[in-house]
Write a protein that binds this ligand. Structure first.
Ligand code: SIN
Ligand code: CO
Length: 375
């Protein structure tokens, strides 16, 4: 944690967290020297045309902004004419192993906070306009160059009739041109505008910052699914009422007592958080293996090449609970460290895996949550 990292502009993780994280922007020249990207524009456009892609196409023509959601067709990109445009694809780490590897460099921020890798391409002049986001982001420059303008401004008025969130009065305070390998960290709510200087690809490592309202609502959903209150309303002591339409104090008291039995503690909140934060987004599905290996062959592969989480899998842990893709499993403390190590590094290779852990891993393999590492 004290080692200086070029990824963080020669700051240590502790220094970055103390002085910048969620506090102020940081421009890092040559954060990843020699980084020129993982995809070329053609490959990104192919991804944007995939039926499962979460892709957006933004263009700006004669002072007006336009937004289209994918999946797209190659023809969508040939009809853009002279517009300044940008294509943005979310969740590239779910399909591209190198993108998942890139995210691993950011593991100094807990996995509970990580969202995904978005990749954008824009020809000269393209961008998504001045805006602010409600999450932290590292904007890593791939091929080409992007001019970033940023501002701490409090005026967050948006253009009223635009299909995307564009600031009406953007007043840049700082401005830099990022070269391949340069990176800009932005905390939530910093206004920013990125304009392509040439054919430009930007890699956004995005983090999630759920609102307390969202967490509260989702916790109630979780409680509802896990609620168990014994008994039924009964009134053998019923008294005649002058006004039959009135809810009696007797009924109120009984129901209030029953509802008081709904209790929760930190362990429930941990279970909720683990399930909620590891829950795949609605468009994500897992593919079980077509010809599954036997348990024995699977065990052998953990020893030899190891296993890895599928690119779409999310795994977290807490106490003695393991969470994978929205499911929770209480495990023996003896096997917890080995599973945590899989969750930490998204892969595992080990000689002696206890049987209990092996059975669990095998089930996840059958569910498509895990894949054996190829030779
Ligand atoms: C981009 O255009 O690649 C970055 C989008 C953003 O500013 O969030
Ligand atoms: Co942004």
């Amino acid at each position: 944690m004290k080692k200086k990292l070029s990824l963080l502009g020669n700051l240590s993780i502790n220094e970055f967290l103390r002085d910048y994280w969620q506090k102020k922007p940081l421009l890092i020249r040559q954060a990843i020297p020699e980084f020129t990207g993982l995809l070329n524009p053609k490959q990104l456009i192919e991804l944007a045309c995939d039926a499962d892609a979460q892709a957006r196409l933004v263009h700006h023509k004669r002072g007006k902004w336009y937004l289209h959601h994918g999946p797209f067709d190659a023809a969508d990109f040939t009809s853009l004419g002279k517009a300044a445009w940008s294509i943005l694809v979310q969740g590239v780490n779910h399909t591209l192993p190198q993108a998942a590897d890139l995210l691993k460099r950011f593991s100094f921020i807990p996995h509970t906070r990580l969202d995904d890798l978005m990749v954008s391409f824009a020809p000269k002049g393209g961008g998504v306009g001045p805006h602010f986001d409600s999450y932290d982001v590292f904007l890593l420059q791939g091929s080409g160059h992007r001019r970033w303008q940023i501002s701490a401004q409090h005026d967050r008025t948006l253009i009223a009739d635009a299909p995307l969130r564009i600031l009406q009065n953007f007043t840049p305070e700082h401005e830099w041109v990022l070269n391949p390998g340069d990176m800009l960290y932005l905390p939530p709510h910093w206004a920013h505008n990125g304009i392509a200087e040439d054919d430009c690809m930007t890699y956004s490592i995005g983090f999630r910052t759920p609102s307390y309202q969202e967490l509260g609502e989702q916790f109630l959903v979780y409680l509802q699914d896990n609620l168990c209150i014994d008994g039924m309303y009964a009134d053998p002591d019923l008294k005649a009422q002058d006004h039959p339409s009135e809810i009696s104090t007797q009924m109120l008291g009984k129901v209030a007592d029953a509802i008081k039995k709904v209790k929760w503690d930190k362990a429930d909140i941990a279970s909720f958080l683990g399930c909620y934060l590891s829950e795949p987004k609605p468009h994500i599905f897992f593919d079980p293996p077509e010809k599954p290996w036997t348990l024995k062959r699977f065990q052998q592969s953990i020893k030899s090449n190891g296993i890895a989480l599928d690119l779409k899998s999310q795994m977290l842990c807490q106490g003695s609970e393991i969470f994978i893709n929205g499911e929770s499993i209480q495990v023996d403390l003896l096997i917890y460290p080995i599973l945590r190590s899989l969750a930490d590094s998204r892969q595992l290779q080990a000689d002696n895996i206890p049987d209990d852990a092996c059975k669990l891993l095998y089930q996840w393999y059958l569910d498509g949550y895990l894949v054996p590492v190829a030779d």
